[in-house]
Design a protein around this ligand. Structure first.
Ligand code: GAR
Length: 217
């Protein structure tokens, strides 16, 4: 049986689109049962509908800082859709610790940096200002702390001299779209094991020996 997944978005939904595309494969162990947005104007909603995925809008603004009240409505929807796993894809709303605890081990997020470096806002700008030569993206389990939690998968890209935030974010986005479906595949097929703050992967293999940036002569 495929695991039933909800993707939560607030904006353009390009990671959502990558997950939807991957889940079309007959042997993918998860199905995208619903896309939920906390903003009616999220561009990703149209993309989801065009792919034949059902969508729900739960506007978060009227709830203000009452996070628990928003989550109550969200939980109801997740229950109705018989959701087992959640993928956050640019979902710009904080959760209460209670909600996160309830979904611990069943909720993934993606962040455009090699965590634990550069959590929070403007990770691309943070990377450029730090002058790192390699950055990337991280899929991790969600914990109450923002952009923290056991790391499932990371993908690295070079950072070039003269990179703008836009150029770096575009390069990282390509790796995000590659790793998020893979991380969901691992979770849905039961190959991830949480050991304290770490995530272990059954049958893990790395793609290559290393990535060096800039390229040595
Ligand atoms: C992605 O780059 C994702 O990594 C980032 O928001 C973007 C959403 O784009 N998430 C965070 O920064 C989480 N802290 P998308 O809507 O096109 O998937």
């Amino acid at each position: 049986m495929k695991r039933r997944v909800a993707i939560l978005i607030s904006g353009r939904g390009s990671n959502m689109a990558a997950l939807i595309e991957a889940a079309k494969a007959a042997d993918f162990p998860a199905e995208i049962a619903v896309v939920i947005s906390n903003r009616a104007d999220a561009a990703g909603l149209e993309r989801a509908r065009a792919s034949g995925i059902s969508t729900e809008i739960i506007p978060s603004k009227p709830f203000g800082k009452d996070f628990a009240a928003f989550e109550k409505v969200l939980e109801e929807k997740l229950g109705q859709c018989r959701i087992e796993l959640i993928c956050l894809g640019g979902f710009m709303r904080l959760f209460t610790a209670e909600f996160v605890q309830r979904w611990y081990g069943r909720m993934l997020n993606i962040h455009p940096s090699l965590l634990p470096s550069f959590p929070g806002l403007d990770p691309h700008g943070q990377a450029l200002r730090a002058g790192v030569k390699i950055s990337g993206a991280t899929v991790h389990f969600v914990t109450p702390e923002t952009d923290a939690g056991p790391i499932v998968m990371q993908g690295a890209v070079p950072v070039h001299d003269g990179d703008t935030t836009e150029a770096l974010s575009e390069r990282i986005l390509a790796v995000e779209h590659r790793i998020y479906p893979e991380a969901l595949r691992l979770l849905a097929s039961g190959r991830l094991k949480l050991e304290g703050d770490l995530c272990r992967i059954d049958g893990e293999t790395a793609d290559g020996p290393f990535l060096i940036s800039p390229r040595p002569k």
